[in-house]
Design a binder for this molecule. Structure first.
Ligand code: SF4
Ligand code: SF4
Length: 382
């Protein structure tokens, strides 16, 4: 197999945050340090080598950048202060932009004007929709479902969910095609995909490799990440599946499951996003020492989404109709742009790409173990 050399690759990935890429002199300390690196998936040195030498095709076929969970150990041990952990992070941003066929992810990662402009545009669309299409404004009591009829909000959610799903799935298909175009054109048989489905489900649900990523500090970070994911999983289910049950004008008692689930989701979202933001401000841990603009944006938007959701709840319980309606619109004008921008194009997408990379790696390994007569070989036409 020939390898195309792209002399601009290293410079291009530097734009995504790999500032110290060319300091590396390939001593290999980082790979020896990394507990997640293995014989079949060695990193981070190999990825740094691809970047420095411009081996773009090999990089695009690599799952390794997604197998790194950014514990930061390699950067602590690097004798050249080449920050291999951040290079892996920057490579994930670059790969996210390459999986995205629309080209938007690249623009959003490389331009703050595009990032904030896109968020502002979606927010403006949300506000305009409410301005022109809201229901009657009841002022003698809070009637949120009259101002924003739940059936219309639900239809809007489903349309948005369908568009985001198509975008994310098409990016996932592109990721699959790029990664599985390796191995000399051989493609793993269906049996390998089926037998490793459990790997996909396990890692999608738990991100459990993170737990193994050195030292107790990463175990607690893994648990917090799980809690954070549970918080916005509940938020997703409330918005896309159970909206009629969640958005009611009836005031349930404090112990009602609708309120308890909402309190749990907002509490973990607020707690952990504040921890992330404070960690990035203090810059003590290796994972927080370098922050790309997009590293700030996602936790900040999540924090504001949770905060504005609480504000809607408090104003509703306090019997303040106009303030409730205005805060509700503001809440959606924060939450919806976050979902539209972050799910298919931004930081959120790693929740899909990471377990899929673990899965594709396991599928490739499983295919190598199968007897050759079971392996369907598809040689690429090109
Ligand atoms: S990144 Fe640092 S530790 Fe890793 S190979 Fe390069 S110089 Fe050595
Ligand atoms: S940040 Fe941690 S998981 Fe990632 S390459 Fe470095 S040592 Fe390995």
């Amino acid at each position: 197999m020939t390898t195309t050399v792209d002399a601009t690759l290293g410079k291009d990935v530097k734009k995504f945050g790999a500032d110290d890429l060319f300091k590396c002199f390939h001593c290999g300390t980082c790979t020896a340090t990394c507990v997640l690196s293995s014989d079949s998936a060695q990193f981070p040195r190999r990825i740094i080598r691809y970047l420095q030498l411009g081996m773009r095709d090999k990089l695009l076929r690599s799952v390794e950048p997604w197998l790194c969970y950014y514990c930061g150990e390699c950067s602590i041990r690097c004798p050249r202060q080449a920050n291999p952990a951040e290079t892996m992070m920057a490579t994930r941003r670059y790969l996210t932009s390459r999986y995205d066929w629309t080209g938007l992810a690249r623009r959003l990662y490389l331009s703050e004007a595009w990032e904030f402009g896109a968020l502002a545009f979606v927010a403006a669309v949300v506000v305009a929709l409410f301005y022109f299409l809201h229901g009657p404004i009841v002022t003698d009591r809070v009637a949120l479902n009259t101002f924003a009829p739940v059936v219309w909000v639900e239809i809007g959610d489903w349309i948005m969910g369908a568009i985001l799903s198509v975008l994310l799935l098409s990016n996932v298909a592109r990721m699959h095609r790029l990664i599985m175009s390796g191995d000399g054109g051989k493609r793993p048989p269906l049996a390998a995909y089926l037998s490793e489905l459990k790997t996909l489900l396990l890692h999608a649900a738990t991100q459990k490799r993170w737990r193994d990523c050195n030292e107790s500090v990463n175990r607690s970070r893994w648990i917090k990440h799980l809690l954070l994911v549970s918080g916005y999983a509940i938020m997703f289910i409330m918005v896309f599946v159970l909206l009629r049950w969640f958005q009611t004008d009836e005031v349930h008692p404090f112990y009602h499951p609708q309120r308890l689930l909402g309190y749990y989701a907002t509490a973990v979202l607020l707690w952990i996003t504040v921890e992330i933001i404070v960690g990035r401000l203090r810059r003590v841990e290796p994972i927080h020492q370098f922050s790309h603009p997009t590293d700030w944006l996602f936790p900040t938007l999540l924090f504001l989404t949770a905060l504005s959701g609480i504000a809607v709840h408090v104003f509703r319980l306090s019997g303040m109709p106009l303030t409730t309606y205005a805060t509700y619109v503001a809440h959606l004008a924060i939450a919806l742009p976050m979902l539209v921008i972050e799910v298919p194009f931004g930081k959120w997408s790693h929740l899909a790409y990471r377990p899929l990379a673990v899965y594709f790696h396991a599928v490739r390994e499983r295919a190598r173990e199968l007897p050759q007569e079971q392996v369907a070989i598809e040689v690429q036409a090109a």
